[in-house]
Design a binder for this molecule. Structure first.
Ligand code: SF4
Length: 643
């Protein structure tokens, strides 16, 4: 009995972590009952329309939820993602509908043959709850793992006791609900919600039992695990946006996850954590944890590393920030990867298996990606593959404030054109809009022509980061347009009147910025602009120039950042030597704070007016229209509420 209660406790804990889905399924059922009881002035077709919509929603919510419960029971997932939820809906909806229809048919047979039996559909479903859960769990788990035949050992005493307890609780609640004459709707709803809760608990119980008796699932659970973690940035607003938009719309997938997955031996199970607030339940012992760290999320990365180390896991941190400050990171983790994962990761795995991790690993040979990375990219689903199309690594320029040159080396590494084309062909049926990951899509004009002459035939639309020198090349610009380019993101960084033009490199084109931008726009390609304020020569006049530049040029969007000396950049070392860094608090290195002491600027003032001007004044008309619509709707709702 002790064991039964212990198991039930852990299952209750699991279900409680998904309480909002229990509530959502309950709301779905409640809405259906509500629509059935509403009289639509004899317009039954309206009722049918509403019921059909609700039925589809119910299948979606229930299907995804049952699938997620199985994922949690089998240990495949430890948190819910929208992507996985959608996948579960696809896998489960058929079985769910068949079983529900089957029970409905049984009920209809019963009441046509014994009209006075007095059993309601609610009671009937409850009596058959065990059968429903057994069949559904069997079908779902059987899809993932080959199940052995159900034998006598399956129905052990512990299992029988627990399902009997849950089943009894559910039946009692349903009977209380049906015989309730308290007249208190809220109490009835509470009882119905509890009955719903016991239904899902029963399903978890049965699924857990199946998984316990499934050799493949057990084997799968025993596989060593690697956790890949990309922490969200510290702060308030950004993590929320990152988390909600990222997980719902799948905005961002860390490219390094793909590389590590490709290079890891298949015996390891990989769990990915990105776009998500960290929770203490995620800390586990006995894992290999890899955290990717860039300056602004360093604080989060270190605190997660510490949490895993305390649980007894081995922690490796890689990424731009720790590549330049490895000793800082080593205070929180076991090892640091300096440079790229390719060239270092195989050694990390080898040493981890020997139980002999080194402090530092070096991936500074700037190797081409091995074939396994391309294979992994082709294996991933289209949603992820479409976000990871990169044609080259590195950049032909070497801007003082950019880490690209230091991280990716001096050579530009181009991927074989045929590899890029095969990924585009794979994803284009689902994702017509491709966003290239390159730091600069126009690194090598010859390669650009070779690639986009072929892309032209694939009938896709694309956007990419680029340098403005593409506009000086008529042919390249024409080819970009013909091959489906819809938007180019230019890092202008300075204005056409900036003193920094003297630095040369990319900035030498600054006096032609407006003319070149006009050319791009004339081709029908939208331009998004990135500008930086806080250069050495910047002053009040430069700020006015910046506003003018952002205003007179036909940009689709423009964002202005404050010059930030990220560790590893030449700017960082220069400012460090000049003793001009305000602090080394990495949370402030978010491009909206002045971390450089500036001679000619009132820094706090500009920290306020830059976001104010560039977020409010330069909002696009569509944004204004949207805001107007929201406020108008709010006004209508508020003023139409009867007093
Ligand atoms: S052009 Fe862009 S990617 Fe290249 S070095 Fe400059 S800032 Fe970095």
């Amino acid at each position: 009995m002790k064991q039964v209660l212990k198991n039930l406790r852990s299952q209750v804990k699991l279900l409680n972590s998904l309480y909002y889905l229990v509530f959502l399924t309950f709301l779905m059922d409640l809405s259906i009952v509500g629509v059935l009881n509403i009289n639509f002035l004899n317009a039954n077709y309206i009722k049918v329309i509403f019921l059909s919509i609700l039925a589809i929603m119910k299948i979606f919510v229930y299907g995804g939820f049952y699938g997620s419960l199985v994922d949690f029971c089998s240990g495949q997932e430890i948190f819910l993602t929208f992507r996985r939820f959608k996948q579960n809906v696809k896998d489960v909806w058929g079985s769910y509908i068949i079983l529900s229809v089957f029970i409905w048919i049984l009920y209809l047979i019963l009441i046509t043959n014994i009209p006075n039996c007095g059993i309601t559909i609610l009671s009937f479903f409850s009596y058959l709850d065990i059968v429903f859960c057994l069949c559904l769990a069997y079908l779902m788990i059987g899809k993932q793992y080959p199940l052995t035949r159900i034998n006598r050992r399956f129905f052990d005493l512990e299992f029988l006791c627990s399902i009997f307890l849950l089943y009894l609780a559910k039946i009692v609640l349903v009977h209380v609900l049906e015989s309730s004459n308290m007249g208190l709707a809220i109490i009835d709803k509470m009882i119905a919600l509890m009955a719903q809760y016991f239904h899902f608990l029963l399903f978890i119980n049965i699924s857990t039992q199946f998984i316990k008796h499934c050799p493949c699932a057990i084997e799968d659970r025993q596989r060593p695990e690697i956790y890949l973690v990309s922490p969200v940035v510290s702060g308030v607003l950004e993590p929320i946006i990152n988390n909600i938009l990222g997980s719902l719309l799948g905005f961002f997938y860390p490219p390094v996850f793909l590389i590590i997955s490709a290079l890891t031996p298949k015996k390891y199970k990989i769990k990915e954590f990105y776009n998500r607030f960290w929770r203490d339940e995620y800390y586990q012992g006995n894992k290999l944890v890899v955290i990717t760290c860039y300056t602004v999320n360093a604080y989060e990365a270190y605190s997660i590393a510490k949490g895993f180390k305390e649980k007894g896991s081995k922690v490796v941190i890689g990424g731009v920030h720790v590549s330049f400050l490895p000793d800082e990171a080593l205070e929180f983790c076991d090892s640091v990867i300096i440079g790229e994962a390719v060239g270092a990761w195989e050694e990390v795995i080898h040493d981890y298996e020997k139980g002999d991790l080194k402090k530092k690993y070096y991936g500074l040979d700037y190797l081409d990606y091995p074939d396994s990375v391309q294979k992994e990219l082709m294996r991933k689903n289209e949603e992820i593959s479409s976000k990871l199309i990169e044609t080259s690594r590195g950049c032909k320029f070497d801007c003082e404030f950019c880490t690209n040159f230091m991280m990716c080396g001096t050579q530009i590494r181009k991927k074989p054109v045929k590899d890029i084309l095969s990924i585009i062909k794979k994803v284009r049926h689902k994702y017509k809009y491709i966003c290239f990951l390159d730091a600069n899509i126009f690194n090598d004009p010859n390669y650009f022509f070779e690639l986009f002459e072929s892309v032209k035939k694939l009938n896709v639309k694309w956007m990419a980061s680029c340098t403005i020198d593409i506009a000086a090349n008529e042919k390249a610009l024409a080819l970009a347009k013909e091959s489906g380019c819809k938007m180019l993101r230019f890092g202008y960084e300075i204005t056409d009147r900036s003193e920094e033009m003297k630095q040369g490199g990319k900035f030498s084109l600054a006096n032609k910025y407006s003319a070149l931008t006009k050319k791009v726009r004339e081709k029908g390609i939208a331009v998004t602009a990135f500008l930086i304020f806080g250069h050495d020569s910047d002053n009040f006049k430069s700020f006015i120039d910046l506003v003018r530049f952002a205003l007179v040029n036909p940009f689709l969007t423009r964002s202005v950042c404050i010059l930030t000396p990220y560790p590893g950049t030449r700017l960082y070392y220069r400012k460090l030597a000049e003793n001009k860094l305000r602090n080394l608090n990495w949370m402030e290195y978010n491009a909206s704070r002045f971390v450089i002491k500036h001679d000619q600027l009132n820094e706090p003032l500009y920290e306020v007016i830059i976001p104010l001007i560039f977020n409010l004044i330069f909002f696009r008309p569509l944004t204004y229209a949207f805001l107007f619509a929201v406020f108008y709707a709010l006004g209508v709702v508020i003023f139409s509420i009867p007093k």
